[in-house]
Design a protein around this ligand. Structure first.
Ligand code: NDP
Length: 434
């Protein structure tokens, strides 16, 4: 904390990982002797730069942007870009740090990074977003490349933004290579990338249920968020027989006791992805549902909870409420949505708890598959990518069980941290003092 004053989100992420890893590192002095944890918690480099752009009224605007290149021991840097006014260096360091372990868990050769800007895309015109993305890429393009660092989307960065960023990258680099993922299907994107994080989260949750002889089928599911991850988590949970009863955004949550079925979800997709509206509009269309402003959905009784909006959106008192209402499984679609004491409360209660670095790794896994397709100059079918995604999520689950099981119960937090760590640590040991 002395070294990184005020970086609360980064401290939180490091604390969770080190609390898991410490006993293992102490038992294996080779990791301690080589200062692996100390080296892993210091990014390889952070690039900070100003992004100047012009709004529609002709005013010059300035934002700050970062790329945190955290660790490339097992592959080129890889991680999303976030555009949100709450973005700080601490937030990006926490995300980049988590990304190292997550990418390792996928089994694909990807290092960890994260980037973004405090730019707020909300309320901006398409042209303003385009000018911002183009200006950001003028600086970022020097630092990225298909074998160096491959950014993707995150909060506030979806298909529209990736297209603007890639168009500008291609122009500056004078190369058509897969330096960004999440691209449109006509210019190198992969089928199932859009759905991958949400689908993967539900596949992981289903794997946890299957291990105890149960399934999502017939369960009530509470989901937060209504962005990319939340929408496709809702779609897959419904397909597997779950009844999704909530969605949210930063204005509040909607509760639809009848379930948000495929038809209602199509309305939400159009509302959020095309019209860029608010989730509160849902109740105008479906009046049997209720809207709860400035609130989160965790008071709604559910057997499955999928936090899919943002960090620290589920605290200890909400965890207690979920437990009191009989929650059986929590799988994190978002990054670090559960506060540390809330996550430990789930662990103590012995319910299934899938931490983000395992449960939401499906997005980056399919990004990795997009890179493979770009390198091969091929496009795989939807079924092929979805099958690979399912297999990767199953293997991540198996790794968590291998490293987190005491023979009876599985501690998925420890399992994910240990499994992710060992691969990177072995590479770092092999490299010597670098
Ligand atoms: P989107 O921008 O598509 O959606 C974000 C959703 O979360 C929106 O509903 C948004 O509401 C809500 N939200 C964002 N910030 C806040 C906040 N401070 N308070 C309350 N609600 C908020 O992002 P994604 O769905 O892509 O990302 C969601 C989470 O999943 C993030 O934690 C991200 O890091 C993680 N993730 C995403 C991956 C991906 O492939 N996209 C991969 C792995 C993890 P509003 O519209 O009102 O802002």
């Amino acid at each position: 904390e002395k070294r990184n004053p005020g970086e609360v989100e980064f401290h939180q992420a490091v604390r969770e990982v080190t609390e898991s890893l410490m006993p293992f590192v102490l038992e294996n002095p080779k990791y301690k002797d080589a200062q692996i944890l100390e080296r892993l918690t210091e990014p390889d480099r952070i690039i900070i730069f100003r992004v100047t752009w012009e709004d529609d009224a002709g005013n010059i605007r300035a934002n700050r942007a970062w790329r945190v290149q955290f660790n490339n021991s097992i592959g080129p840097y890889k991680g999303g870009l976030r555009f949100h006014p709450s973005v700080t260096q601490s937030v990006l360091k926490f995300l980049g740090f988590e990304q190292i372990f997550k990418n390792s868990l996928t089994g694909l050769p990807m290092g960890g990074a994260k980037g973004g800007s405090n730019f707020n895309p909300k309320g901006k015109s398409d042209r303003e977003v385009m000018r911002f993305c183009q200006s950001l890429m003028i600086e970022l393009h020097r630092h990225i490349g298909e074998d160096t660092d491959i950014p993707a989307g995150d909060i506030g960065v979806g298909g529209r933004e990736i297209s603007y960023l890639f168009g500008q990258y291609k122009r500056l680099a004078n190369k058509f290579v897969g330096t960004l993922t999440g691209k449109g299907l006509s210019f190198g994107g992969s089928l199932v990338r859009t759905e991958a994080t949400g689908y993967g989260c539900v596949y992981f949750c289903e794997n946890m249920f299957q291990r105890i002889g149960d399934s999502i089928d017939g369960k009530t599911v509470a989901i937060s968020g209504s962005g990319n991850v939340a929408i496709y988590a809702a779609e897959k949970a419904t397909e597997l027989g779950g009844r999704v009863v909530t969605l949210s955004d930063s204005g509040g949550f909607i509760h639809d006791p009848d379930g948000i079925d495929a038809e209602k979800l199509a309305f939400v997709k159009d509302l959020k992805e095309v019209r860029r509206g608010r989730i509160s509009d849902y109740v105008d269309k479906y009046p049997k549902a209720t809207f709860h402003s400035d609130a989160r959905p965790w008071s709604v009784p559910a057997q499955v909870a999928l936090p899919c909006a943002t960090q620290n959106e589920l605290d200890l008192s909400e965890a207690k409420t979920l437990l009191k209402n009989g929650v059986m499984a929590v799988a994190e679609g978002a990054n670090m949505p559960t506060e540390l004491d809330a996550a430990y409360a789930f662990r103590e209660a012995g319910i299934l708890f899938g931490p983000a670095k395992a449960a939401n790794a499906g997005g980056v896994a399919v990004s990795g598959l997009e890179q493979s397709q770009n390198a091969l100059r091929l496009s795989w079918s939807r079924e092929e990518v979805d099958t690979k995604l399912k297999t990767i999520m199953k293997e991540i689950h198996e790794k968590c069980v291998k490293y987190g099981s005491d023979g009876k119960q599985v501690d998925y937090i420890d399992g994910a941290n240990l499994a992710g760590f060992v691969k990177i640590a072995e590479a770092m040991l092999a490299y010597g003092a670098v």
